[in-house]
Design a protein around this ligand. Structure first.
Ligand code: FAD
Length: 408
C-alpha cells in the first residue's frame, strides 16, 4: 500500500511498526546503535508494561499532561488490550499487588525478544545509526539524516522520537510547523540538604501525603499534593508520593529551579485528637518518645517528638496543650525545604513536547501536515510512574499504525 518511515526505534515506534499491516513497506530509523533501550532498562530490568489501575473518569491523576486526549485514545487500545496483544504472542503478564504489570518472566528481555521476532516476521526494515535532522514534504516525504549522503522518500511518517531533554532535539519537528511545549524533566526525587530527617536514611512509610502549597511557595499558581509510599534517602526524600508530586508540579518546580517548601503528613488519619487522648488515657505514665504511635518507625517517632519540643522524659500525663498542638503539626504538616531535584533511576520522563492541539487523536495524524503521525513521549504527554508511560506509547503507536493501514 505504501512506504512508511518510523522515526525512533523505542517503545512507541516499535509498537507502531508491529501493528502496521505488512502490505506496507515499513522502515524504522533509529539514531543510536541500540533498539528499545528504555524498554531494556525499564522497571529495573523487569519492564513495567502497564498498570491495572485505570479509572478513565480520573485520568488526570495518572497523566498530568495528555489526560483529555488519552481518554479517547484508550477507548481504542487500553491496558486490557495490551494484555491480549502480548498473550496472543505467548507473553504472559502478571499484575502485582500495587497494580503494576510485568511480564511473568520478570525480564524486559522477553518483551524485547517478542518485538524483535515480530518485526522479523513482518519484514520490518531496521536502520540503526540514522539520525533524522529534517523532513520535507512535496508529493512524498523526504527524510534527511545526519552525516548520511542518502535521503529517504516515503508516503507516511510516524515520529516516535521519545522525550528529549533539550529543545534542540525537536528542531526538525518545529521546521514542519509544529509547536513544541518546552521540555522539562518529570518523575524525580527531591534533595533536602538542610532537612532534620536526613540522618534517618532508609526509613520508609507505606503512605504519606506530600504537598507543595501556594501559601509557602509564592511562585506557585496551584496547590499540588500526592499520596503514596515515602522513603528518606541519604540526601532527601523519594518514593511513589514524591515522584507523583514531581510529575504533577513538574513545570512550576522547574520554573523555580527546584527550590521550594514541601509539607509532609506522616500519618493520614482523620481523628488525630481522638488517638492522642486515647493514648493519654490508657498510658498516662508512659514516656511519650519511648513508644511510637500511628505505626511510625521508632527512630522517626523520636525525631518527630524532638522537632515538636517534647523532652525525652516527658510523659503523656504531663504534656501541655501547646506541645500537643506542636506534635500534631509535625505529624501532619512537617515542612521540608527542598534544595534541588535528583534523578530517580527507576523511571524518568519528559513533560512537554509536540503540542496536542495540533494532533487528531482518532488517528494520531498531524492536523498541519497530512501523512505525518506522532506516537509516544515526543508528544506533550507524560504519566506518573507505574507503567502509565509505556501504556501511552503502546496506545498512541497502535492508533497511528491502524490509521495508516486504513488510509489509502
Ligand atoms: C530508566 C527508565 C526506566 C523506565 N521505566 C519505565 C517503566 O517501567 N514503565 C513505564 O511505563 N515507563 C518507563 N519509563 C518511561 C518509558 O521508557 C518511556 O515513556 C517510553 O520509552 C517512551 O517511548 P517512546 O518510544 O516514545 O520513546 P523512547 O523509548 O525514548 O524511544 C525513542 C527513540 O527515538 C530515538 N530518536 C530520538 N531522536 C531521533 C532522531 N532524530 N532520529 C532517529 N531516532 C531518534 C531515540 O534514540 C530512542 O531510541 C522509563 C524511563 C526510563 C528513562
Amino acid at each position: 500500500m505504501g512506504k512508511v518511515a518510523i522515526i525512533g526505534g523505542g517503545a512507541a515506534g516499535f509498537f507502531a511498526a508491529l501493528n502496521i499491516s505488512n502490505e506496507n513497506e515499513i522502515h524504522i530509523f533509529e539514531k543510536s546503535s541500540e533498539l528499545l533501550s528504555k524498554v531494556s532498562i525499564s522497571g529495573g530490568g523487569r519492564c513495567n508494561v502497564t498498570n491495572s489501575d485505570f479509572d478513565l473518569a480520573n485520568l488526570k491523576e495518572y497523566y498530568p499532561r495528555g489526560n483529555k486526549e488519552l481518554r479517547q485514545a484508550f477507548s481504542v487500545f487500553d491496558n486490557t488490550s495490551i494484555f491480549k496483544w502480548f498473550k496472543d504472542r505467548g507473553v504472559h503478564l502478571r499484575t502485582e499487588s500495587d497494580c503494576r504489570v510485568f511480564p511473568e518472566s520478570d525480564s524486559s528481555a522477553e518483551i524485547i525478544n517478542c518485538f524483535l521476532k515480530e518485526a522479523n516476521d513482518k519484514n520490518v526494515n531496521i536502520h540503526n545509526g540514522f539520525k533524522v535532522v529534517r523532513i520535507n514534504k512535496n508529493d512524498k516525504f523526504k527524510i534527511i539524516f545526519q552525516e548520511k549522503n542518502e535521503d529517504f522518500y516515503c508516503d507516511k511518517i510516524i515520529v516516535a522520537t521519545g522525550g528529549i531533554s533539550s529543545s534542540k532535539g525537536y528542531n526538525f519537528l518545529q521546521q514542519t510547523g509544529h509547536k513544541i511545549i518546552p521540555p522539562v524533566p518529570s518523575l524525580f526525587a527531591f534533595d533536602s540538604y538542610y532537612s532534620n530527617l536526613i540522618d534517618l536514611e532508609g526509613i520508609s512509610l507505606k503512605k504519606v501525603k506530600i504537598s507543595v502549597l501556594k501559601r509557602d511557595n509564592y511562585f506557585l499558581k496551584n496547590n499540588y499534593s500526592a499520596e503514596g509510599g515515602f522513603l528518606i534517602t541519604h540526601n532527601g526524600i523519594s518514593g511513589p508520593a514524591v515522584l507523583r508530586l514531581s510529575s504533577y508540579a513538574a513545570r512550576e518546580l522547574n520554573m523555580n529551579d527546584y527550590k521550594f517548601v514541601a509539607r509532609i503528613n506522616f500519618i493520614l488519619i482523620s481523628d488525630i485528637d481522638f488517638e492522642i487522648s486515647f493514648i493519654r488515657d490508657i498510658s498516662p505514665s508512659k514516656i511519650i518518645s519511648s513508644q511510637s504511635l500511628f505505626g511510625l518507625p521508632l527512630r522517626l517517632w523520636k525525631r518527630i517528638c524532638e522537632i515538636s519540643g517534647i523532652d525525652t522524659k516527658l510523659k503523656w500525663n504531663d504534656i501541655s496543650k501547646k506541645k500537643i498542638h506542636l506534635l500534631k503539626n509535625t505529624l501532619e504538616n512537617h515542612p521540608l525545604f527542598i534544595t534541588d531535584k535528583t534523578t530517580n533511576k527507576e523511571e524518568f520522563v519528559t513533560c512537554g513536547g509536540v503540542s496536542l492541539k495540533e494532533i487528531d487523536f482518532s488517528t494520531m495524524e498531524s492536523k498541519l501536515v497530512p501523512g505525518l503521525y506522532f506516537a509516544g513521549e515526543v508528544l506533550d504527554i507524560d504519566g506518573i510512574t507505574g507503567g502509565y508511560n509505556f501504556q501511552s506509547a503502546w496506545t498512541t503507536g497502535y492508533i497511528a499504525a491502524k490509521a495508516i493501514c486504513s488510509k489509502r
